[in-house]
Design a protein around this ligand. Structure first.
Ligand SMILES: Nc1ncnc2c1ncn2[C@@H]1O[C@H](COP(=O)(O)OP(=O)(O)OP(=O)(O)O)[C@@H](O)[C@H]1O
Length: 532
């Protein structure tokens, strides 16, 4: 007789909403501290995506209000002047997990179609309160209002209230309010840090933040240029697989297979399509709908083996550019030296990406730790705060850069900024806190940092040289009064030569030799005289 216990397994399927409700930690909603921080982030990032990615200079208002005297319930409201949402889309956008307008090939902060729904779920789970949305698009005559919650089992929105009214002026944008249990006291430092880091890369935004203590934090717009908005592109053939080809076959069933390739992929024209199909042994004029699985697979393999394809288009990427990074860093740190570089587009696993790097040194720049600079990490314009130790940028800074080569010894008043932008960032988790160690990205980060650090080094070397000259002048200046006195005893009696004039002449000679102003040398002489 077997003594194994035959348990009764219970099987069932769960909806995406239930999955993320159960495992909310993986999206950053692990406790009231993280949940409050993450809610602000999700709403704020959606607000920025609705503005700068569409060529609108962002005006964003964030408010957090305590709404219960006993429980720590907070109402988080974020208002933007963005593109707004059509009313028929609002329920799914805020009430259906994995519903998004960002499942396309173009750089946005949002990627997963999850963020705001996690905040809604957390709110309804901890306070029972629904999300409220007010929105209107440019040119629409009406404003729309919704109050809704998520049916977790069905992954469907449940509309509790809706309304609409006429617009008196052409306001466009969205206001979202979510009430959730939070821990403001402990979340505050992270939220403040997040916002101040975010405005470094969005100096073109006007941001107002009203805290639960009714404190107003205002980051006024510091520059009126926007990064070039990203443009949606077709997938590059590098990323093709059998599943993708099957989907395209369904969508383009009535096209010829040659047209299917030309219409659905970038970098594929008449001759490339014909060549790929010849290599795959498939007739280019065959209707796509009649292709069998083995033919699709042959096409996939022929595309993958094709050597002469242009690399993926970088139009879908929206880097910040030197001017915006320099403005952001200057405003935040008032450094004595600031510089930034934007590298040329590169590709990893078929996805285009661009790395940007900036440095701020001296002045108001904070002092770093003993082994590395202060690191500001960004991905698609989102600041990354947590998990610094496991991020590719940290690996580069700690392992791939020889800091002594750049005349830097830690601790130093040095902030290093790294921005990775791509149509697909290889985040390590859906909470978007760190970037995986992909060799192509790591290499670009290293090269970007080396480029910007070389410029810092030129500045530091020049500054050290100037300081050395000054030091020598101070040394020389020490002898000027003495030399003037001695000379005066020799030339005493000569017409019009007094000790002051001799001193003056010596100051002029030293200033000329050292490339300093007369005032600087004279000041050194005075200091010596006063000191002696
Ligand atoms: N303020 C807003 N203005 C315009 N559209 C918005 C706004 N907030 C949300 N949306 C729409 O709702 C969709 C869902 O947002 P959600 O935060 O759930 O996911 P996402 O931003 O697409 O991706 P991620 O989960 O990575 O943040 C967005 O794709 C966008 O189309």
């Amino acid at each position: 007789m077997s003594n194994s216990v035959e348990g009764v397994e219970k099987y069932r399927a769960i909806s995406p909403a239930e999955f993320f409700y159960k495992y909310r930690e993986i999206a950053g909603f692990s406790n009231p501290v993280r949940a409050l921080y993450q809610t602000v982030r999700e709403l704020y990032e959606n607000a920025l995506d609705a503005t700068d990615a569409h060529g609108i200079l962002p005006d964003v208002k964030i408010s957090i209000k305590r709404v219960d005297e006993i429980q720590e319930y907070y109402r988080v409201t974020v208002e933007d002047n963005g593109i707004g949402l059509p009313p028929d889309v609002v329920p799914n956008a805020f009430g259906k997990v994995l519903f998004s307008s960002k499942y396309v090939l173009k750089q946005t902060r949002g990627m997963y179609g999850l963020g705001v729904k996690m905040a809604v779920l957390y709110g309804q789970m901890t306070t029972g309160r629904p999300v409220e949305v007010i929105t209107s698009k440019q040119g629409f005559k009406r404003i729309y209002y919704f109050k809704l919650r998520i049916d977790v089992n069905k992954n469907e929105p449940v509309i509790l209230e809706r309304g609409t009214w006429r617009k008196s002026r052409d306001w466009h944008g969205t206001i979202v309010s979510i009430t959730l249990e939070g821990d403001w006291a402990r979340a505050k430092p992270k939220i403040m840090e997040y916002l101040s880091r975010s405005v470094v890369v969005t100096p073109y935004a006007n941001i107002i933040f009203l805290t639960p203590e009714n404190e107003i934090i205002y980051y006024p717009r510091a520059i009126s240029i926007l990064p070039r908005p990203p443009v949606e592109v077709k997938p590059h053939p590098f990323g093709v697989d059998l599943e993708m080809m099957k989907q395209l076959k369904e969508l383009s069933a009535s096209d010829t297979v040659k047209d299917l390739l030309i219409k659905n992929f970038q970098s594929v024209g008449e001759s490339t399509a014909t060549e790929v199909l010849n290599r795959a042994g498939v007739d280019p004029s065959k209707p796509a709908g009649s292709l069998g699985e083995d033919e699709l697979l042959r096409i996939v393999n022929a595309i993958k083996g094709f050597e002469n394809l242009r690399p993926p288009s970088a139009k879908a990427i929206s880097p910040l550019g030197r001017e915006i990074i320099v403005t952001g860093l200057s405003r935040m740190f008032k450094p004595e030296f600031v510089e930034a570089v934007t590298r040329r587009p590169q590709v990893y696993h078929g996805h285009p990406f661009i790395v940007e790097a900036g440095v701020a040194y001296g002045g108001g720049t904070p002092q770093s730790e003993m082994d590395k600079p202060v690191i500001l990490r960004y991905a698609n314009k989102i600041p990354l705060l947590y998990d610094e130790g496991s991020d590719v940028t940290t690996f580069v800074i700690k392992e791939d850069i020889n800091w002594a080569n750049y005349s830097i010894a830690f601790p130093a008043p040095l902030v290093v900024l790294v921005h990775v932008c791509s149509t697909k960032i290889p985040f390590k988790g859906v909470g978007k806190e760190s970037i995986a160690d992909v060799p192509e990205i790591r290499r670009e980060i290293r090269l970007a940092l080396m480029e910007v650090l070389r410029r810092l080094k030129i500045y530091l070397v020049r500054k050290a040289r100037e300081e050395e000259v000054k030091r020598r002048v101070v040394l020389l200046a020490k002898y000027i009064p003495e030399i003037a006195r001695s000379l005066h005893t020799i030339v005493r009696g000569e017409d019009g030569i007094d000790q002051e004039l001799l001193k003056q002449k010596l100051v002029e000679i030293v200033a000329k030799r050292a490339g300093l102003s007369l005032e600087e040398v004279a000041r050194s002489v005075e200091t010596v005289e006063i000191g002696t």
